[in-house]
Design a protein around this ligand. Structure first.
Ligand code: PEP
Ligand code: MG
Length: 922
């Protein structure tokens, strides 16, 4: 229903079904609440105002759309009926919470108001009905506080100060110790403050309160912290937040009540243990705000065993239902459990692998655990049966991982080879709760703003705060690591940092920060702004100094999941490597061959090589050029031999020299002098030659295969080096499979000339050596003309490799070297000061509609001539997940990328193949 703004749920039924029951309509929280209600979990009744309503609100210039009022009033009536209580009732009032909920989780960024419906009369009713005036006035003072700041824009601090002063005056440390009469007085103080600043009484009409709260949630969507969060998380496709209005249940009713946040597994390791924090006699925000240091969830089994069992059952139901680790919020009122939220939980990269593996190989519960919960009446049989088996297939497990998980898995740890355990002990200054693993070293800063400023200058920083609030999100993102004095593993700082895989230590109680002097004291040591510290987020330890970090060891689950991925993918993954070291590294990462060996990199390696190529360039006769090339030959032959050996029979695509010659020429006086001495050519002549080589637009100039067309002797030398190295391998019993690749071709005849010459040189050497050495001759497709005439080029080429770096540059007419100056404006959204022309940087993620069209055309035309034409990609896009999926769909045989991105490509190729199979089944 297009114009329906509100969906109700309660008593086991949810109004939203099918298409409406999606995050884009109801937000993540709304969907979770409705789904939990429908599957029989105890959720307080409520209703959700849709995201589209928020969108309309902004379109109307922050005005509520027509028709909403009636729908909300009807929903309130329905809720009152289900709850058996009325809003504002003087005897037994219904209280509600008003909470945000976007389609994607934005922890702590949007607003919440609790205990709405309380006023001077209903608070009395609540006190009488519950026989608990302390609870009633505590709820009222919380409501006034939240409403005043969130809905009415008053500063939070004055009321916090009043609360603090009251505790101080009474000699009390913790909130629950404040007696009822004092809380009542506090409510009066708060209201007086409100009146003084807003020039009107604190609103007593619950419906007025409700409208204020709904608007506050909508407004929070555009608050600065929420905008910053969306910017750093690159959330550009969301239009607003839903509003969830839910009957209040109370965790602050006494010792048999409480509230908590938990994960159905350990979000750092993925281990199948129940993991979380809770507080007794407290309300929701107390836990996540990190103000009181909470208790560990395991102890709930001792303090409230019945509630703990109910929670264990909910955990099993939800993991079976969603087949995913869940992040839960709950409240216990008089030992009865109510679920307030469930969503897919953010996890560390290694946990992502461990969870996917566990879900595909192990049950959630043992048979005995399941039977016990069934017997106690908390776990329905249907879910007990699901929970004793693995919930995912291997394919589903592979789909669970994303490329960020892989990238973050390689985040550093402290290099214990560089520092001994004893030395480490000496520089350890403290410890806290290990909220997010990995290590980080940087300069201490105390504000988010400063973190952003210094990080922008390229400085590594560690953000140190008493507690982080959602306003700090920009600085948290910019920092290498985060350290806070308060908070638990589920506090906002931890949750947000975990989502980014950013090293984070929280709840470091010994940390005493003085923002004024810009320093902190920890266990007697003073650390000042700008000093280096190192955090070990896995152990929760803090060290003085800038310690060396190294790549971590990868968990076994990573290897298993990637091995599964390899069995599903149908295209190969190769690497771009120019040295035996890179080649070996790539093989360790799972590469199945080299898709691009850029030979010119070999010329830059040592001064000897640089001088030899320079000599070749300044040579003014064919004979002297050949002499110079002869000096280069042994270097190249050796390099190729090393690479072939490392690849041991895996295909190796060698691209012949590509850059314009001016890139090799001496750049300064000393360089010219040196070359003059070696060659005997005068410095003036050398300078003149360099000037001759200068091009106005070298990227479109004398480069690529045009060099070998004009200087065929360069081709001869390179082919000789490749084939001689290969022959040496064959003779030593090492398998070799060279693929010789001509770059930047634009025409069939051009390629034919090069191909024939390649074969003449190669075949003569092979014949002379009397060995069997199969090789291929192919071309890169980097220029639009080559893609358009691919059918002609395929008459000559035995393989194509799409060089999408150049193809992008030439199709878009944007220089890959300079576009960075203005591309950000094309990519950033309007809200972030850009123009939102492209969704992604086309040099990073393939422009599928433009460049992609040429790629598809090139493949189709190429194969129309040569049916089994082998086709790959070797531009940077070969290691970017979405582009790899495109390459699979386009019918390529392989992708090739830098070694460290090989695992990303393996995973993406598998995911594309699985999606393909699923699509075909449908
Ligand atoms: C390309 O153009 O995509 C390519 C791989 O070649 P290079 O980056 O060396 O120009
Ligand atoms: Mg290129």
């Amino acid at each position: 229903m297009a114009n329906k703004h509100v969906y109700s749920y309660g008593a086991g039924k949810a109004e939203a079904k099918g298409q409406e029951l999606t995050k884009n309509v109801l937000g993540g929280k709304g969907v979770g609440l409705m789904e939990m209600t429908s599957i029989g979990i105890n959720v307080p009744a409520g209703f959700t105002v849709t995201i589209q309503t928020c969108e309309e609100y902004y379109k109307l210039g922050r005005k509520l759309p027509k028709g909403l009022e009636k729908e909300v009033i009807d929903a309130v009536k329905k809720l009152e009926k289900t709850a058996g209580k009325k809003l504002g009732d003087a005897n037994d009032p219904l209280l509600i919470s008003v909470r945000s909920g976007a389609a994607r989780s934005m922890p702590g960024m949007l607003e919440t108001i609790l205990n709405l419906g309380l006023n001077d009369k209903s608070v009395e009713g609540l006190a009488k009905k519950t026989n608990n005036p302390r609870f009633a006035y505590d709820s009222y003072r919380r409501f006034i506080q939240m409403y005043s700041s969130t809905a009415m824009g008053l500063s939070k601090q004055p009321m916090e100060d009043m609360l603090h002063d009251m505790k101080h005056k009474l000699g009390i440390k913790n909130d629950p110790e404040i007696p009822a009469e004092e809380l009542k007085k506090l409510c009066d103080q708060f209201k007086a403050f409100y009146k003084q600043h807003k020039k009107e009484d604190f609103p007593q009409d619950p419906m007025k309160q409700l409208w204020g709260a709904i608007m506050a949630v909508f407004n929070s969507w555009e608050a600065e912290k929420a905008q910053t969060y969306r910017r750093v998380e690159k959330i550009t496709d969301l239009k607003g937040t839903a509003v969830n209005i839910v009957q209040m249940v109370f965790g602050n009713k006494g010792e048999n009540s409480g509230t908590g946040v938990c994960f159905t597994r350990d979000p750092n390791t993925g281990e199948n243990i129940f993991y979380g924090d809770y507080l007794i006699n407290a309300q929701g925000e107390d836990v996540v705000a990190g103000i009181r240091t909470p208790l560990k969830l395991e102890t709930l089994n001792e303090t409230m065993p019945k509630a703990y069992d109910q929670l264990c059952a909910v955990r099993a139901i939800l993991e079976s239902y969603y087949k995913e680790m869940q992040d839960l919020e709950f409240t216990i009122e008089d030992e009865k459990l109510y679920m307030l939220q469930c969503r897919t939980g953010k996890r560390s990269p290694s946990a992502a692998f461990a969870i996917a593996l566990d879900h595909a190989t192990k049950p959630l519960l043992s048979k005995a655990q399941a039977a016990d919960l069934v017997k106690k009446g908390y776990l329905p049989k249907k879910y007990a049966e699901m929970a004793v088996k693995p919930v995912l297939s291997k394919e589903e497990a592979v789909l669970r991982i994303n490329s960020d998980d892989i990238e973050r898995l390689f985040y550093p740890v402290i290099d214990t080879k560089k520092i001994s355990v004893e030395e480490l002990k000496k520089i350890k200054i403290g410890a806290g709760i290990n909220a997010v693993p990995g290590a980080a070293a940087g300069k201490v800063v105390f504000t988010a703003e400063e973190a952003e400023k210094l990080a922008h200058k390229g400085e590594p920083v560690i953000l140190v705060r008493k507690e982080t609030s959602p306003e700090d999100v920009g600085g948290m993102h910019a920092a290498k690591g985060i350290l806070t004095a308060t908070g638990g593993k589920t506090s906002h700082a931890a949750v947000v940092a975990r989502g980014w895989g950013k090293c984070c230590i929280v709840g470091c109680e010994a940390l005493n920060i003085n923002y004024e002097t810009k320093s902190f004291v920890i266990n007697g040591k003073t650390v000042k702004h700008g000093d280096y510290i190192t955090l070990d987020g896995s152990a929760g330890e803090i060290y003085l100094g800038n310690l060396s970090l190294k790549e971590p060891e990868l968990p076994a689950s990573y290897y298993t999941i990637l091995k599964w991925a390899d069995t599903f993918r149908t295209i190969n993954v190769r690497t771009n490597a120019d040295t035996p070291y890179d080649a070996q590294n790539a093989i360790n990462m799972g590469a199945e061959g080299i898709g691009l060996c850029r030979t010119e990199h070999m010329f830059f390696d040592t001064e000897e090589r640089r001088l030899a190529i320079q000599e070749m360039i300044v040579a003014d006769t064919l004979a002297s050029r050949k002499d110079a090339l002869a000096k280069l030959l042994p270097f190249q032959r050796n390099d190729f031999y090393g690479i072939f050996k490392a690849m041991n029979g895996k295909p190796v695509t060698i691209r012949l020299i590509d850059p314009p010659l001016h890139e090799f020429t001496p750049k300064d006086h000393a360089g010219v002098e040196k070359l003059s001495k070696i060659t005997g050519i005068s410095p003036e002549k050398i300078k003149h030659r360099c000037e001759q080589l200068h091009e106005s637009n070298p990227m479109l100039g004398h480069r690529g295969c045009r060099l070998c067309i004009t200087y065929p002797e360069i081709l001869d030398m390179q082919i000789t080096a490749i084939i001689e190295a290969a022959i040496k391998c064959v003779k030593e019993g090492i398998k070799v499979y060279p693929e010789i690749m001509h770059p930047l071709t634009i025409d069939r005849k051009e390629l034919r000339i090069l191909e024939q010459q390649t074969r003449v040189v190669a075949d003569a050497l092979i014949k002379q050596a009397k060995v069997k050495l199969p090789y291929l001759v192919g071309t890169m497709i980097e220029i639009p003309r080559a893609a358009l005439l691919a059918n002609e080029l395929a008459e000559v080429a035995e393989f194509f490799s799409f060089g999408t770096n150049d193809l992008t540059q030439m199709t878009l007419g944007l220089s890959r070297d300079d576009a960075g100056r203005f591309l950000p404006t094309y990519v950033a959204t309007e809200k972030d000061g850009g123009k939102g022309i492209f969704r992604d940087d086309p040099f990073q993620s393939l422009d599928q509609s433009g460049v992609g069209m040429l790629v598809k055309m090139g493949i189709e035309r190429g194969r129309s001539t040569r049916k089994n034409l082998k086709i790959g990609i070797c531009g940077e896009h070969g290691g970017e997940a979405e582009s790899v999926k495109f390459c699979h769909r386009a019918g390529m045989n392989y992708v090739s990328c830098s070694p460290y991105r090989v695992p990303i490509a393996r995973l993406a190729a598998a995911q594309a193949a699985i999606a393909d199979k699923k699509g075909k089944k449908k």
